[in-house]
Design a protein around this ligand. Structure first.
Ligand SMILES: NC(=O)C1=CN([C@@H]2O[C@H](COP(=O)(O)OP(=O)(O)OC[C@H]3O[C@@H](n4cnc5c(N)ncnc54)[C@H](O)[C@@H]3O)[C@@H](O)[C@H]2O)C=CC1
Ligand SMILES: O=C(O)C(=O)COP(=O)(O)O
Length: 528
């Protein structure tokens, strides 16, 4: 099968080598289209690869009827409508590590250029002036650098700043005092950082919580003469408030690589001599571009060859070690979901998934999603996939609960899925038998041993002589061949089940005839 890949921002040609090498991928490079043009052609593509320039809006995603994956050759995904992608079951992958070093180096370059007014001095010299008075700078040594957002890039910047003999104070919601101590930096609240710093550099993503986090109130807390660096995202700093803070001399200078609206041309901030700027060049090195393009290309190839992607953005990422452990259960988890959805017609209110045994030691969220996908497939068909299964369950008001216990009776691992409906709860349990593959081992309270594949019939009846024979005879009359059959009962003469695997799909008319048989009160067809 062939897949069409559109690359809509400039990507390193060496970096997309994994795509060129893979079979069945048609690659189209079109970096000139406007958003409207992209919307008109996106329907033809299975994958879209971008950097920060292409705006992957909801409008584009709604037109992207064949799109399965969006690859962001870089870190920030604020140019992609993630909610819309998730709703449409489109996986988004990025390249979280490939440009860390380049972005950190660019931040240091901006910090030093800002401190020593290098761009301003260079421009003056280019204009024929030998002016040594106007460009007196400040030293970094013994100054305090405030880092807001100590993730990959923020941490690299902090290390480098210490090399410049700066004191570093950082705030990050995931930074602990112990971790800060180990890094040889100070730890504080955002306010502590803003108050203490001579230079402030932001390295958070652009999120609802970080939009304009450096605003008028934040500038008011800062030392007079503070210098600001933004090599993360435009919008983290309120540009109007920054302009005012420079005019009022509260801020002595700003170095900006990113802007609220890009391209950033003709803006009043660029008229201020205190402002130096680059046109979003943090990741623009040969090394970073090659690295991020390789990373997303490998994930796109992985995706189309049915392998797990390494850097999903709208799915929890799982380490290779965990993946190796849980991947064998993917199919079983989904099939148990399908199985249960066929067992019960009532509206599902709650899904409880119990992981028992060794599996309980691992991140099993991908298995939970597969189970939910299996359960919702009956009504939603191919609209539900790994990416949107949980979201759709939430939207339908279905609670999904994971339970874990490391102890299990008899099995090394056991997954039990329970659905709670207005008509009561139904349960199915499954495992992987060493060397024998997946098995369903329990349906409600009945112990069974069923290979979850092909065509199954689940029949409930009263435990009376002749019931099993009547089913066998009728299926024979209908030319339905029984491959395996198991029976179970609660008590002699009480509730009982038959679990049959048959060679072909059982038609509704045949099910109706089975239901008319004496002592048979429920028949469910389960095609796995
Ligand atoms: N200028 C450029 O060309 C480049 C810009 N970037 C941008 O740099 C930013 C950071 O990238 P990475 O370090 O790779 O990401 P990361 O995910 O490793 O780090 C982001 C950090 O921000 C922290 N954070 C989130 N909300 C926060 C808040 N309210 N206050 C303080 N910290 C908060 C997170 O806990 C995390 O530690 C992203 O916005 C990315 O788009 C990345 C590469 C190149
Ligand atoms: O990786 C990021 O978040 C960046 O901002 C880099 O953007 P770019 O790929 O250079 O357009």
């Amino acid at each position: 099968m062939a897949f069409n890949i559109l690359i809509s921002d400039p990507l390193s040609e060496e970096g997309i080598y994994p795509l060129r090498q893979a079979e069945g991928l048609n690659i189209v490079i079109d970096t000139e289209s406007t958003t409207a043009e992209l919307a008109s052609k996106i329907g033809a593509y299975d994958a879209l690869l971008v950097r920060s320039q292409t705006q992957v809006t909801r409008e584009i995603i709604e037109k992207a009827t064949n799109l399965k994956i969006i690859g962001r050759a870089g870190v920030g995904v604020d140019n992609i409508d993630l909610d819309a992608a998730t709703e449409h079951g489109i996986i988004v992958v990025n390249a979280p590590d490939g440009n860390t070093n380049s972005a950190a180096e660019h931040t240091m370059a901006m910090l030093m250029a800002l401190a020593r007014k290098i761009p301003q001095a260079f421009t003056s010299l280019k204009n024929g002036q030998w002016d040594r008075k106007s460009f007196i700078g400040v030293e970094l040594k013994n100054k305090t650098l405030g880092v807001v957002g100590l993730g990959r890039i923020g941490a690299e910047v902090a290390h480098r700043a210490k090399g410049q003999r700066m004191n570093v104070i950082a705030y990050d919601p995931f930074l602990t005092e112990e971790k800060a101590k180990k890094m040889g930096i100070d730890f504080g609240t955002v306010e502590d950082v803003l108050k203490a710093a001579d230079f402030i550099t932001v390295h958070t993503p652009l999120l609802k919580e970080t939009r304009h986090m450096i605003n008028k109130e934040a500038f008011d807390l800062m030392k007079a003469g503070v210098r600001i660096i933004n090599c993360a995202r435009g919008g983290i700093i309120d540009e109007e408030a920054l302009y005012d803070a420079i005019i009022s001399k509260k801020v002595a200078g700003a170095a900006l690589d990113v802007f609220e609206e890009e391209p950033f041309v003709g803006h009043k901030l660029l008229t201020l001599p205190e402002v130096i700027a680059t046109p979003h060049l943090g990741a623009s090195t040969y090394e970073a571009q090659q690295s991020v393009a390789v990373d997303v290309s490998i994930d796109v190839v992985n995706f189309f060859s049915g392998k797990a992607v390494r850097n999903p953005v709208n799915l929890p990422s799982v380490s290779n070690e965990v993946l190796a452990k849980i991947a064998p259960f993917f199919d079983l988890a989904e099939k148990m979901g399908v199985f249960l959805s066929r067992l019960q017609n009532a509206v599902i209110e709650e899904i409880n998934i119990h992981y028992a045994g060794d599996l309980a030691n691992f991140d099993v969220r991908p298995l939970t999603r597969n189970t939910v996908k299996g359960l919702l497939k009956r009504n939603l068909g191919s609209h539900v996939n790994d990416v949107n299964a949980k979201l759709l369950a939430d939207r339908f008001g279905i609670k999904v609960n994971e339970h874990k216990t490391t102890t299990t009776k008899g099995f090394l691992n056991l997954i039990t899925v329970e659905i709670v409906t207005e008509k009561g709860a139904r349960r199915v349990a499954g495992t992987l038998l060493n060397g024998l593959g997946p098995r369903i081992v329990k349906v409600d309270d009945y112990v069974v041993d069923v290979v979850p594949e092909g065509h199954l019939l689940f029949i409930r009846h009263w435990d009376q002589p002749g019931a099993i024979g009547r089913v066998g005879t009728l299926l024979a009359q209908e030319n339905v061949n029984i491959a395996t059959m198991q029976v179970g009962r609660s008590a002699s003469g009480g509730d009982a089940i038959m679990m049959l695997s048959v060679d072909n799909h059982v038609e509704t008319s045949e099910v109706n005839r089975l239901k008319e048989l004496t002592d048979i009160y429920d028949v469910k067809v389960i095609d796995l």
